[in-house]
Design a binder for this molecule. Sequence first.
Ligand code: T4K
Length: 416
Amino acid sequence: MHPNIKKHENVISPKLKPDIKRLAIFGGDPVFKTELCVGRPNIGSRKHLLERFNTILDRKWLTNNGAFVQEFERRIEEYIGVKHCIAMCNGTVALEIAIRVLELKGEVIVPSFTFIATAHALQWQEITPIFCDIDPKTHNIDPNKVEDMITPRTTGIIGVHVWGRPCDVASLEKIAKRNNLKLLFDAAHSFACSYKGRMVGNFGDAEVFSFHATKFFNTFEGGAIVTNNDELAAKIRLMKNFGFDGYDNVIYIGTNGKMSEVSAAMGLTGLESLHEFTTANYRNYKEYKRQLDGIPGIRPVSYDETEKCNYQYIILEVDNSITCLSRDQLVQILHAENVLARRYFYPGCHRMEPYRSYFPHAGLLLPETEKLVKRVLSLPTGTGLGMDEIGKICQIIRFAVEHGDEISSRLKERRK
Ligand code: T4K
């Protein structure tokens, strides 16, 4: 038993795991019969969705700026209070188009602690991502380190609002202005979140959302660029449609970034239930926090409750010097119990190809990123998860940490 562990009302029920041999990783029955996933899609009213699908079929208008896409864009603009929303087929293409429209080239500063799409969207256009370290308190790009990475080839900065917690927007805006750089935000995690009382989507030159199935609000696949800049918005609209300005008239280089009507139908249906989704996520977040409180070496990430937040990620930092278990061992234990916890952004973009080959020593400048990628894990949440399930997941974690040294030795023994 870990000496610092606090007595808790939710000490693991002896029926759940009477001793460590009954952990599923050692051959016991898993606590859950079916898998609990991170990224299980939230689905709003099935009735409304199917009605919209029927409307699409009746209209025989499936894509190319259809009525549902237009309605979806207006709803997002109203909700965020932004002038322009341009819906797209996914967040990655939206990033690529945003990068192109901002005329970024040469080098762009990005965090390595992000989904690979942020870096690839640059490299895809032969722009070099220059990886910047993060602030360990926020997990976001550290503005104090950004300026050191600027060279004569730098044209922009991409901040990522990781977990839906906005970057230090004010500092990044100052740095961008001072150095005449473009500022883009990858807001894939932060739809429905605010920064200093203003909705994310209003900052920098533009911001990009992802509405992928695994996001708390989804359009199957989908994304959007939002901006308050009229000129940029007009160009983005051309770019996502091959550069067509009316029939047979191409006036700009473009690609196919269009959102389909089925995606917009899903989006409109999801928007009707947005409050329900965030309320469920908030309830889960509070329950996880309550139940994980006091487990030594397990630190759940907190959200600023004075801001709007989607609470879509339940993130734990595992300090293995205290838990005796590594983050990866804890993930293994949870997986065996059918809790499909995920490592996040592991091993960091700088350790993935082609960046690993291009910058083999990038890690030397990214000490906080290197630490965090080994500590972070994400737990299931969303509308499909009940309090009982959260209780059991937390009991497994508590039990694993209580018996960390024993479990760890047994796992090591097994590997021999
Ligand atoms: N920037 C950032 C910061 C991002 O996080 C992302 C995307 C992007 C940019 C790019 O946006 P998009 O182009 O994707 O719109 C997911 C998603 O593919 C990706 O959208 C997301 N971030 C990234 C963090 O994760 P995986 O590899 O986790 O997906 P997968 O297939 O392993 O699914 C995860 C879990 O979700 C599964 O265990 C089961 C569950 N699931 C998944 C799907 C697709 C379902 O229950 N139903 C489903 O339909 O990539």
